[in-house]
Design a protein around this ligand. Sequence first.
Ligand code: ZN
Length: 91
Amino acid sequence: MPLYEYQCDTHGHRFEARHGMREQPVQSCPECGAPVHRVIHPVGIVFKGSGFYATDSRKSGATSEPAEGKSESPGEPKPESKSEPATEKAG
Ligand SMILES: [Zn+2]
């Protein structure tokens, strides 16, 4: 069942009611009995404020290895160039 949000016209009481679409909507505030109106949420959610940004879904770490050669991550510069011998594990 969908969840509806109502707001009291007189005192601004907000409450939620769960009922079917064909059922009678809530018409009176359960707290004070005043007439209520349904709060309609706008379609589409808009994220306001800082700190939120959309990220493209990019997979890091492919699960399936390529057919030929070895896959190297192109965009990963090392902060320091250490001189360490290239050791390879032979599984
Ligand atoms: Zn009320």
